[in-house]
Design a protein around this ligand. Structure first.
Ligand code: URA
Length: 239
């Protein structure tokens, strides 16, 4: 890939802006100053702009601990977009993987790997999504069995079986395998419960762990590999 394109993909600006950056700033490739935007970059090269290293990885996948009050949209609408929380370096590069409601907190992924994104979002991939759910009245033990069956969640949609683990009177973990619109709230709604708080704690092989609210981190190589495996993908696949 050309250097100007590489910098644009890394979120430093448009191709034109990056050409200018290359001409007017200290852009180094493997420690040598470069002024030619057409220079070809491969995955082994180290690139810095004014001393700051620009990650040279084929793909990047980020995990954010989404706070309440942010929308999973690319632009601000009724609430600020979650993209406001993504560091400049990555903001132009990544897309959200699925969506969480404005009032849902927890694990949200963003990636520039188109195939990974499509696979994770596709119900056929059946990547488990685990939520910590708080409801408005006492959870009945019989619900555990009921959630193990398909459930009519309205508007002609049937949710596939899910796993409910009751923790105490008002709290449970629910693991779903699809990701239908408002799936968790609609599943509980079917049994006349309101979800008063919802937090996604894991997605496939990834856990939110102790990532602080509002913080973003890049997945480790090990996490990336596990994610690709969960989506039956090979390293290096991209749309
Ligand atoms: N299910 C919901 O109802 N809301 C979410 O944000 C995620 C899953």
């Amino acid at each position: 890939m050309r250097l100007d394109r590489f910098l644009a993909n890394a979120g430093l600006g448009s191709r034109k802006a990056c050409k200018k950056i290359i001409r007017t700033n200290e852009v180094m490739v493997n420690g040598k100053r470069v002024t030619d935007g057409e220079m070809l970059i491969d995955g082994t090269m180290q690139i810095t702009v004014n001393g700051k290293e620009i990650p040279n990885t084929p793909f990047v996948t980020l995990m954010i601990h989404k706070p309440e009050g942010y929308m999973c949209s690319m632009i601000d609408e009724n609430y600020p977009s979650v993209m406001n929380l993504i560091p400049d370096l990555y903001r132009k590069r990544v897309r959200m993987v699925g969506r969480l409601d404005q009032d849902t907190t927890g694990l949200l992924l963003l990636t520039d790997n188109g195939i990974l994104n499509a696979r994770l979002a596709h119900p056929k991939t059946k990547v488990p999504k685990k939520y910590y759910v708080t409801v408005n009245h006492i959870l009945r033990p019989t619900l555990v069995e009921l959630f193990q069956h398909e459930i009519d969640i309205g508007r002609g949609e049937i949710a596939s079986p899910s796993e409910l683990e009751i923790l105490d009177e008002y709290h449970a973990y629910l693991t779903v395998h699809e990701g239908k619109y408002h799936e968790v709230k609609r599943l509980f709604g079917h049994f006349n419960y309101d979800v008063v708080a919802l937090k996604r704690v894991s997605l496939g092989p990834l856990s939110l762990g102790d990532l602080p609210l509002g913080e973003v981190r890049v997945l480790s190589e090990e996490e990336n590999d596990k994610l690709l495996e969960a989506c039956h993908m090979l390293k290096g696949e991209q749309l």
